[in-house]
Ligand binder design. Sequence first.
Ligand code: HEM
Ligand SMILES: *[C@@H]1O[C@H](CO)[C@@H](O)[C@H](O)[C@H]1NC(C)=O
Ligand SMILES: *[C@@H]1O[C@H](CO)[C@@H](O)[C@H](O)[C@H]1NC(C)=O
Ligand SMILES: *[C@@H]1O[C@H](CO)[C@@H](O)[C@H](O)[C@H]1NC(C)=O
Length: 513
Amino acid sequence: MAYIGLLEVFIAILIYIFFHFLIHKKPHKILPRNWPLLGMLPGVVVMLHRINGYLAEILEVSNLTFVFKGPWFSGMNMLITADPANVQHVFSSNFSNYDKGSEFKEMFDFLGEGIFTADSKLWEEMRRSSLVMLSHQGFQSFSLKTIASKIKNGLAPVLDHFAEANTVFDLQDVFQRLAFDVTLTLVTGYDSNSLSIEMPKNDYAKAMDDAEEVVVVRHVKPMILWKMQNWIGLGGEKKMTKANATFDRSCAEYISAKREEIISQRIHQHSTIEEKAHDVDLLSFYMNLDTSKYELLNPKDDNFLKDIIKSFMLAGRDAIATTLTWFFWLLSKNPEAVTKIREEIKNNQPRSGKSFDPDKISKMVYLHGALCEALRLYAPIPFERKSPIKQDVLPSGHKVDANWKILFSVYALGRMKAVWGEDASEFKPERWVSERNGGLKHEPSFKFFVFNSGPRNCLGKKLSFLQMKIVAAEIIQNYDIKVAEGHTIEPASSIVLHMKHGLKVTVAKRCLV
Ligand code: HEM
Ligand SMILES: *[C@@H]1O[C@H](CO)[C@@H](O)[C@H](O)[C@H]1NC(C)=O
Ligand SMILES: *[C@@H]1O[C@H](CO)[C@@H](O)[C@H](O)[C@H]1NC(C)=O
Ligand SMILES: *[C@@H]1O[C@H](CO)[C@@H](O)[C@H](O)[C@H]1NC(C)=O
């Protein structure tokens, strides 16, 4: 009897689904069908391999905002939006009513209490102290020195080597190593030299790749499931535990080395203070922090310092490497832009043997615009998420209840015709050059959202542009990059918009006369 009962229920469900299919026509051919029981999940799962592009298509035909219905009772319902008015409201005007949601901190547990995961008072102090650090004269001169020396001793020898050997190599891997070395030097003062001809393995960089991969998987699993897998040490979660141990071990080493360095400096104070006075890395800055100005920051606590190192390594490496990779791919399809950038470099040439200085770099408006186009079309961090603390109504007219999930597709926002015009999908650096005075055209951050907007916007924007422009100018001036024929280019479905298969290229040295 029970068996038949089950069968009948099954048939009834099938019939229901069949009639649902007949009666409810999809409002638009692009939109996913809303199935009984399963909601829109099936339609989205089959598109998961190109989720960013798919969301852009959906949002373009939905007036920039779309309500995603997950399976019944799964708690996966969410509002997906690429509407600048909603961005401005949630990230600025009504900032205090929205947080990252409780799940966020759990998923990024390996970061501890860093600036990305911290909230309220702790976040406020971290942000205030980071700002002091980033605008510190000693840190800025150290940044310039580090980038210049990395180009001379890391990037140039590696590119020369590949040019001479005339082999195909992965430019994305080169940029990741470059950004990793620069960031580790700025954060700890130590250079790992992961960018060298031998392309050595690097435990810390590998642990970062692993952790990022597992975090993505955590996003599409119920929390109780991945927590259990973590506890028993299953699959990807085992990798995460290993990555966490690597972070912990490496950070402990950097911290104890720095403590020794500071002590030995104090002993030899008179001899070294002159030359050392200008180099300030993040770790030394926090170790010497004036704690009377902060209640919650404790530089004597190793865990506090570890969390700072981990967060800034994550902030500094991936987005820059990803932007440069898409940038050089876009240039390969737009040779006339390369010509214009070379023209601009010629007019702002540093004296021979010198590297580019910030003054000259700031005059390269077209190059800046070209990088903005890469960022706009391939937002390195393609999603942002927020949850309202109290019920609210968004400018788009959508009501959001407390604890609802709101997903902002940064990737889609960069490509919406309603926001950027009919030519939104085209690479046009001119978009960023003012017709009036030839200077840089400003776009508000709720529209050009790649660095986030409002009180929690990116603290590294200026530094990133400086670094990316110097690296790009050096390469464009001295080399011709050619993308390998037949190489497939597609973005990875990840928290960072890497190229899934890397960027395979060959390089030739230019003859400069
Ligand atoms: C192209 C390069 C970069 C892009 C596109 C980028 C983008 C972003 C985004 C989207 C956020 C918001 C993350 C969130 O809260 O959900 C952010 C935050 C942040 N970024 Fe960047 N970033 C870049 C480079 C850097 C660099 C080089 C640094 C290092 C100095 C940095 C430091 C930070 C910090 C400290 C925050 C946290 C701000 C806060 O929560 O108050 N970023 N960035
Ligand atoms: C989109 O928004 C405009 C005005 O904001 C409105 O007139 C139009 O009806 C909306 N279209 C859809 C399909 O919701
Ligand atoms: C990471 O490792 C440290 C040290 O072993 C430990 O204290 C911490 O709880 C771990 N964090 C996670 C999220 O596993
Ligand atoms: C901001 O959010 C609150 C809920 O905390 C809501 O009552 C209020 O109307 C919102 N403010 C604006 C300007 O929309």
